[in-house]
Design a protein around this ligand. Structure first.
Ligand SMILES: [Zn+2]
Length: 243
């Protein structure tokens, strides 16, 4: 019998790997941006830059999927699960959809910034930041999706839990507090936001759930509050953060 907390060092390793991947993706994105986008004329250059950026995001997403698969294998073996299981990479997102999403979000952010009176170089920086947010989500969904797929097809898997950073938003804290109850192949159901630092951690038959400090606090605050709405929890969680 192993508890989710005992396996937490492996989760932390996974988080560090994903953070490194995120940082290197952002570095490469910034250099693509510099090479393709004239800061004095950001809007026109966005469609061309987005084509190069989609290739980069696909490649990073693949690395993230591979991180997720190795992590899954390590967790399964550390949990002492009997029998073999080979997790596979979850399908990639369609290129046309990714290209359209990146182009649209960068364009709308740049145009909105210009409309609010920001300079062109400032609008260009904001557009890149928006792209990083989108990319962070698509890339990390590689490991989230691959782990989700493994959990849903591995007969020994119990579910996965959401594990957050040390300072999650209220939504993420509340979802994490439920423990390893999730079973979905799709990150769309995981509802990661841009720049979200949450990961999925698989739990197996025989694994007990021991909440980490964030999960325990979210559980306590949720239990103690009046009612059970997310909007109420957001207030309670934010009050706690401002203390
Ligand atoms: Zn999150």
């Amino acid at each position: 019998m192993v508890s989710t907390l005992e396996l937490r060092p492996l989760v932390d390793d996974h988080r560090r790997n994903e953070l490194r991947l995120r940082k290197s993706t952002f570095r490469e994105m910034a250099s693509v941006w510099r090479a393709n986008v004239d800061p004095e004329d950001p809007v026109d250059a966005i469609p061309g830059a987005a084509v190069v950026l989609t290739d980069l995001v696909h490649a990073s997403r693949k690395s993230s999927s591979d991180n997720g698969i190795s992590f899954y294998r390590e967790m399964r073996s550390a949990a002492g699960v009997a029998g073999r299981f080979s997790p596979g990479r979850a399908p990639d997102i369609p290129n046309a959809l990714l290209l359209e999403t990146l182009t649209r979000s960068a364009r709308s952010v740049a145009l909105a910034a210009l409309g609010r009176g920001y300079t062109r170089p400032e609008a260009s920086r904001k557009a890149l930041l928006a792209l990083e947010g989108r990319a962070s989500r698509y890339v990390a969904n590689g490991s989230r999706d691959s782990i989700g797929l493994a959990v849903s097809s591995d007969p020994r898997a119990r579910g996965y839990e959401r594990v957050t950073s040390d300072d999650p938003c209220p939504f993420c804290a509340l979802m994490a507090s439920r423990g390893p109850v999730y079973k979905s192949e799709q990150a769309a159901d995981f509802e990661a936001h841009d720049f979200c630092q949450c990961h999925t951690a698989p739990a197996f038959e025989g694994t007990t759930f021991d909440p980490d400090p964030i999960q325990a606090e979210a559980q306590r605050l949720y239990r103690e509050m009046d009612g059970s709405s997310l909007s109420e929890f957001r207030k309670v969680w934010r009050n706690r953060q401002s203390r």
